[in-house]
Design a protein around this ligand. Sequence first.
Ligand code: ZN
Length: 154
Amino acid sequence: MPVLDTAALLHWPVERIAGGIAAHSQLAELERLSPERAMLVESIEMEWMSIGTGDAEDAARRTGDLPRLSEVDLEVLALAMATGQCLFTDDYSLQNVCRSLNHPFEAVSNRPSKKQWAWELRCIGCRATKQADSKDAQECRICGSPMEVKRARR
Ligand SMILES: [Zn+2]
């Protein structure tokens, strides 16, 4: 019973989706992306769940991926963490958090990314950096310019 992200629900054949675990919020997302596909997927035998995202947010904050993940992404991650099941996703940030937790994941279509990386906030003015620890827009403490999320230089 793998946990399936929305890309899998969109692109996989019905036989492969059957028996999978997904979040109710993904069905709403699917309805926005493709109403026909949403109707089809709704008719498939699978496990629709809802879950709090606190643990998933904590894990994503530790790797700096939190600003890159939507509420739906976080719920998919929370489902994988709570059930211990393999997560199928092409989202590099979700893969990155799974890797940091030693949680099994597989790609929906592409190959999984090989390296772990971190995100940071970088000031567009003075280039100061800080840890990407929140989804909120932030201003630089040094010069007051906006900060944007960048891949951390290692
Ligand atoms: Zn600055």
